[in-house]
Ligand binder design. Structure first.
Ligand code: PGA
Length: 250
């Protein structure tokens, strides 16, 4: 486990201006008293500018949920990595299973997006995870290794890349693998990337995502290869989100 846990909130397509800014302010205020964890919030694109202002002067990082691989051009409705950096983002989630599913994003798409994130000087949070059918077929580790091979770009290093292991069947369902089962996958991710990624793989941050809540966070975060969480539903309440950060301290 890296020295401090990283707790990242994926707000998904939730939040209007007033509530989003209030949530960001509450996280910023609470985070200052949680010393064992770093926090990042990833609001929808419409809130990035206001949330960036609300977080100013705090230790909480700002992330986006997607970016287009190109830097600019004729891509109606899309947002580039340099635009996200310009508005104050330090992180971009790429390859979330909801985007892979809703938008048909492939590993190659995710790799190109992650490359754009790195080129813009930000950190990519690259999501991987097996479906329930793949787990039942005993294919979990093969699946995640194939996703890593396809999605991690050249130039990825422990300083600019975070992996989020999110079993698809655990997202938004209230179900999770046991802490030991999750850790087994994290350990496989670390060993697979060692030698493939720049820097010392023991320093790579590997987050668990999928129904992490204040009630199950301590057990998951106590595992040696779980370095933090990517939180969906529980990131929409500042108290729950901060409690997950507190749980990391044990
Ligand atoms: P959840 O979502 O915490 O609501 O399961 C996690 C995610 O999709 O990143």
């Amino acid at each position: 486990m890296t020295s401090k846990a990283l707790i990242a909130g994926n707000w998904k397509m939730n939040g209007l201006l007033q509530d989003g800014v209030a949530l960001a302010k509450a996280v910023a205020e609470g985070a200052s008293s949680v010393s064992g964890s770093d926090f990042v919030v990833c609001p929808p694109a419409t809130l990035l500018f206001s949330v960036s202002q609300a977080l100013s002067g705090s230790s909480v990082g700002l992330g986006a949920q997607y970016c287009h691989p190109a830097d600019s051009g004729a891509h109606t409705g899309d947002i580039s990595a340099s635009m996200l950096s310009d508005v104050g983002c330090g992180y971009v989630i790429v390859g979330h299973s909801e985007r892979r599913q809703d938008h048909g994003e492939t590993d190659a798409d995710v790799q190109a997006q992650a490359a754009a994130v790195l080129a813009a000087g930000m950190t990519a949070i690259i999501c991987i995870g097996e479906t329930e059918a793949e787990r039942d077929a005993g294919e979990t580790l093969n699946r995640i290794r194939a996703q890593l091979d396809g999605s991690v770009p050249n130039g990825a290093a422990t300083s600019n890349t975070i992996i989020a292991y999110e079993p698809v069947w655990a997202i938004g369902t209230g179900r999770t693998p046991s802490a030991e089962e999750a850790n087994e996958v994290h350990a496989a991710v670390r060993s697979h990337l060692s030698g493939m990624i720049g820097g010392d793989a023991s320093e790579l941050r590997i987050l668990y995502g999928g129904s992490m809540k204040p009630g199950n966070a301590s057990e998951l975060l106590a595992q040696p290869d779980i370095d933090g969480g990517l939180i969906g539903g529980a990131a929409l309440k500042a108290d729950d989100f901060l409690a997950i950060g507190r749980a990391a301290a044990g």
